[in-house]
Every structure is written in C-alpha cells, then in structure tokens.
Design a binder for this molecule. Structure first.
Ligand SMILES: NC(=O)c1ccc[n+]([C@@H]2O[C@H](COP(=O)([O-])OP(=O)(O)OC[C@H]3O[C@@H](n4cnc5c(N)ncnc54)[C@H](OP(=O)(O)O)[C@@H]3O)[C@@H](O)[C@H]2O)c1
Length: 314
C-alpha cells in the first residue's frame, strides 16, 4: 500500500513516499481503507522532535492520527461494524499511521460516519473536535447560559469550539484576527474580538475561556475571567501548571489543561451534532497524499482557517 513516512526528525525534506504491507487487524481491531486524514499541530511537533520526551518516534514512521474511510473486510475485530461501512476516528497517541492507504484501529477509537458527510470533512473532525468537546464539557464544566470566550476561534480546535459551545447553550465570543470575524460569526459566535482587545469592564468577562493560541500568559487571561471563571488551555506550559496548583489557595478562579482522550462516545456525540446541522467543518485546504509535507507546512504556519485535510484515495 501507498504511505508517506517520516525518515527522521526534521521538516518536509525528511518526508518520503513508501510502499508498505497492509497492516493486519488484530483482535478487537477494524481494518480501514483510508480515504482521508487530517493534519494537526501535533503531527509536525512530533516530526520536529518537540515532543520526543513524551512520544519518541522510531523511524521510518507513518504519521497522522485522524482518519475517515471504509471498513475493509469482515473479521474478528469488526464487531458491530459492517464491511464497506463508512467510519471515522482517531488512532491513539501510541499508534500513529493514518497517512497510508490502510490502517487497523481498535474499535474503541472509531464510529460510523454521519450520513451525507464527505470523507474530507469526517477526517478533519476527530482529534480537533474531541479536544474542543472535552475542553469545554469536561475540563471547563460548561453550563448552558454561560459566557464563553474561544481564543483562536477560526483554527482547527477553535472553529469546532465555537460551534460546540453554542450547541451546549453558551453565549460565545470569538477571539481571532479581524479577517476571520465573519467566519466566526457564520459558525455561530455571538460576538468577535481581535487579539489586541482588552476586557474593558465586567460585562466583558467570561465564565469560561478556551485558549487554543497560548499567545499570552495566564496572568493576563485572569483579567478576562469572572470571579469564579475557568480557563482551559491545550498546552501544559510550566507557568500555567504552577497557577493551576496554586490558584485554589487564593482565588475561586480555576485553570486547567486538556489532554485529549480519544473515545467512541465522543465521536458519536460529534456525529450527532453533524446530523443535526449544529456542527460543520471548515476546510482550509485539501492536499494529495504525496504533498503531506506541504500540508504540514501550512499547519505549521499557524494561520489556517479550519482544518487541513490530506486525501489518500486520489
Ligand atoms: N492538549 C491536547 O490534547 C491538544 C489537542 C489538540 C490541539 N492541541 C494544541 O492546541 C493548539 C491549537 O491546535 P489547532 O489544531 O487549533 O491549531 P491551528 O488549527 O493551527 O489553529 C491555531 C490558531 O491559533 C491562532 N494563532 C496562531 N499563531 C498565533 C499567535 N502567535 N498569536 C495568536 N494567535 C495565533 C490562529 O488564528 P488566527 O489566524 O486568528 O491568529 C490559528 O487559527 C496547538 O498548539 C495544538 O498542538 C492540544
């Protein structure tokens, strides 16, 4: 089968096309013919060696986590899934390998695709969508009626975050560059602010902040929070971890860091919202598998609107 692989730590010059055997599905695993995968910042961070202390790579290594495709065959691991059924999901951190024509995935990490959804949109959804959901619902404890600020509201996690916060009943303010305010409003944001904005008064404070950009420290974010407000980040920056530990000693505000835990129930929740037309994917671009390096560079630019997808099936 066709695949793209990292030949070593580095950039696009360390990405190669490869011909690999089709992976055999083990007990409890579904064989999937992959139609599309998507790029997340973790893909180029792993390749750059930035995460080698938690997740070292062994080269050659087939990258990417998200997938959408069809169940390739009947077998022991297929369970409730039927051969030919369209599925989407995410490989767990220990596994990788969705930038290939076939993969085998534990059924705990896959779900049926919502009817009518394209492979590109489905492949975009798992990692970023589940992160936004778990950050808002689990770590943020979002309650209907709360005021939520999403920083990086037009990015991969952020654009799902705006829509999920709305689906959970929040009043949502999008923080992103002015050129993306129209998109944020189309996604359902009630208000949009530029990064240069500052919280002018109590009316502009938030019960929950989902921060996908980490462009300012928690000390500054605190001024945006209500007295019992919660700040949820996606990167475990050292200063923030210190605040998370010490904040309860002197304040009712809280800080948390989300670490995504992929699971089928959350994929099904996302699929339900897609069916109800409350959640959609904005595609920044679609690249052929051979241009995986270009797709990763686009993600590394930090400027995408929505998600970057890689088509496997041409
Ligand atoms: N902990 C976890 O489990 C987990 C899961 C998923 C992602 N993450 C992390 O979360 C972050 C966001 O992921 P993503 O997929 O949403 O990334 P993304 O699609 O690249 O979006 C990031 C957004 O950040 C904004 N941005 C970029 N550079 C900025 C800067 N210097 N100042 C202010 N804003 C900036 C951009 O929006 P504008 O164009 O509006 O500036 C962009 O839309 C990444 O660091 C990723 O590694 C963590």
């Amino acid at each position: 089968m066709k695949a793209m692989q990292f030949a070593g730590y580095g950039g696009p010059d360390k990405i190669r096309a490869a011909e690999l055997p089709v992976p055999a599905a083990g007990a409890g695993e579904i064989p999937v013919k992959v139609a599309a995968t998507s790029i997340n910042p973790i893909d180029w961070k792993l390749h750059g060696g930035m995460l080698r202390w938690i997740r070292p790579l062994h080269f050659p290594s087939t990258p990417c986590f998200d997938f959408a495709g069809e169940v390739a065959a009947a077998g022991e691991g297929v369970g409730a899934f039927r051969p030919g059924e369209r599925v989407f999901g995410m490989l767990p951190l220990r596994q990788l390998g969705a930038a290939a024509e076939y993969l085998a995935v534990d059924q705990a990490y896959a779900a049926p695709m919502p009817e009518g959804l394209g492979f590109a949109e489905a492949a975009a959804l798992p990692l970023a969508g589940m992160t936004a959901l778990q950050a808002l619902r689990d770590d943020g404890g979002l309650v209907a009626g709360q005021r939520v600020l999403v920083s990086g509201a037009a990015g991969g996690v952020g654009h799902y975050g705006v829509q999920i916060a709305k689906a959970l009943g929040a009043h949502v303010t999008a923080l992103c560059r002015p050129a993306k305010h129209a998109l944020a409003r189309e996604l359902g944001a009630d208000a949009a602010l530029d990064y240069a904005a500052a919280p002018a008064d109590a009316a502009q404070r938030y019960d929950l902040i989902l921060d996908t950009t980490h462009h300012q420290g928690f000390g500054r974010w605190r001024r945006w929070l209500t007295p019992r407000g919660k700040y949820v980040a996606l990167l475990p920056l050292p200063g923030l971890l210190l605040h998370k530990l010490t904040l309860p000693l002197y304040s009712s505000q809280r800080a948390a860091v989300t670490f995504l835990k992929p699971n089928r129930a959350d994929l099904e929740q996302l699929a339900d919202w897609v069916r109800q037309k409350r959640l959609r994917t904005v595609l920044d671009g679609i690249y052929p598998l051979e241009e995986l390096g270009k797709a990763m560079e686009r993600s590394r630019s930090g400027r995408p609107s929505g998600k970057i997808v890689v088509r496997i099936d041409g």
